[in-house]
Design a protein around this ligand. Structure first.
Ligand SMILES: Nc1ncnc2c1ncn2[C@@H]1O[C@H](COP(=O)(O)OP(=O)(O)OP(=O)(O)O)[C@@H](O)[C@H]1O
Length: 415
């Protein structure tokens, strides 16, 4: 008896492997014969056995983009796929759309798929924008009448009113991306797959895309969203999957996946710029603590203690900043200090640290007061990390982007 078909919007990937051959150069006949021989020998070996060896296949030429991926996504779920460059995010989306096929494993996507995985994916350059919309609709299995009912919304969203009867090859990349996203998001797919759409559009269009994704989710569509804009992914997705060198490192809530991913970036020392050697102003010590050696609490006091050395004399502008993870600078300020050529300690007190629970990085740099735009006396670098204890920030409504975490004390009363 065949198993029950999965409900539309279900995505299931079981033990999925995908590999690529990096060298696409021309091969001599001798190389081809050698490869064919190796392939024949390989056939006798099981896929997983061939897959071992740190990303290299048995013939030493293949590298694994995805290794043993298992994912089950239910209808209506919103999944953010995060991970560093080359971790396999786009490859996974391409497998889901069947633009390419896995080497081993099984992929099932139930229902109609709307996808924007490459700017020009699914868009035919010789057809007009109008023809592309109808063609895409037909590929999704929609009737002409059904596409016509959504046509005006698509054109309005993509801001292409004046260009819809022009061939797409004459569109700018921004126009093509807007058309691709609008078509994918307005033709009511059961599954919407979006890869890095925010990288191309301007800020207004980015917000429109996030807003549209939220509406699509409210209609019950399944969303898989790939982006390096972590705040945007966090604002739309409830579930987070962190891909690391082709494997799933964390599959949990979006917050869990982001915390683990950010933590790994921080732990990977060398990824954070350290102070350069031989700079005129040297940071000898740096610590962040709460008042009276207590831990730092949201809204409570924090004390930054630093010791500066070097031969420089005279007034110097010290820059201090705090970032979430290594990326988002939450705040920064400057302070002028007077150096006398010896080592000296400086203390900065922040009476109410406006940060919610989390791990933060303290950044420091210094410039001459006489030449604030000139060469840094101490380059901007990550000096230390510290933890803040307190409440998590409440989540904003879906598709509203929170740029940086700021804890603002507040109280409510009923009138
Ligand atoms: N068509 C291809 N031919 C050869 N190698 C490929 C191909 N597509 C992807 N790869 C390789 O597979 C690995 C995963 O790539 P993929 O584009 O899926 O990563 P990603 O996580 O989407 O990265 P990014 O964040 O930079 O977009 C990389 O090592 C990449 O070089």
């Amino acid at each position: 008896m065949s198993p029950e078909p999965a409900p539309a919007g279900t995505i299931r990937a079981e033990h999925v492997w995908k590999r690529f051959r990096p060298d696409h150069g021309r091969l001599l006949l001798r190389d081809r014969i050698e490869r064919a021989g190796r392939r024949l020998r390989d056939r006798a070996t099981a896929p997983t056995a061939r897959a071992t060896g740190g990303g290299r296949g048995g013939d030493g030429e293949w590298s694994w983009a995805l290794r043993d991926i298992d994912l089950h996504i239910r209808p209506g779920e919103s999944v953010g796929l995060i991970g560093s460059n080359g971790s396999g995010k786009s490859t996974l989306l391409k497998l889901l759309t069947r633009v390419m096929y896995p080497y081993a494993g099984r992929i099932d996507v139930a229902g109609r798929i709307g996808a924007l995985i490459e700017i020009r994916a699914g868009i035919h350059p010789d057809l007009t924008g109008r023809e592309n919309i109808y063609l895409f609709g037909a590929l999704l299995g929609l009737r002409r009448r059904e596409v016509a009912a959504r046509f005006d919304d698509i054109v309005e969203f993509a801001q292409l009113a004046g260009a819809i009867d022009r061939q797409v090859k004459f569109y700018s990349s921004g126009m093509q991306m807007r058309l691709g996203f609008a078509v994918a998001a307005y033709l009511e797919p059961d599954v919407l797959l979006v890869d890095e759409v925010l990288a191309v559009g301007d800020a207004v269009f980015q917000h429109k895309c996030l807003d549209r994704m939220r509406q699509v989710l409210e209609q019950g569509t399944t969303l898989v969203f790939v982006s390096h804009d972590l705040a945007a992914v966090e604002s739309v997705c409830g579930r987070g999957v962190w891909l690391d060198r082709g494997t799933v490192r964390v599959d949990g809530t979006m917050q869990q996946a982001l915390a683990a991913y950010r933590g790994s970036i921080e732990a990977g020392t060398g990824q954070q710029p350290a102070q350069r050697a031989d700079e005129p102003v040297r940071l000898l010590k740096c610590a962040v603590r709460g008042a009276e050696r207590e831990q730092i609490a949201s809204g409570g006091p924090a004390v930054v203690e630093i010791e500066i050395g070097g031969d420089t004399t005279g007034p110097v502008v010290l820059h201090l900043g705090v970032s979430e993870g290594t990326a988002n600078l939450v705040f920064s300020f400057n302070h002028e200090i007077l150096l006398d050529g010896g080592d000296a300690g400086h203390r900065c007190t922040l009476p109410h640290l406006p940060l919610p629970r989390g791990r933060y990085t303290l950044w420091l740099g210094a410039h001459s007061s006489w030449d604030p735009d000139g060469q840094a006396l101490m380059s901007w670098h990550a000096a230390t990390s510290f933890d803040v204890h307190g409440p998590e920030l409440d989540a904003p409504p879906r598709a509203v982007v929170r740029a940086a975490p700021v804890f603002v004390p507040h109280s409510w009363e009923r009138l």
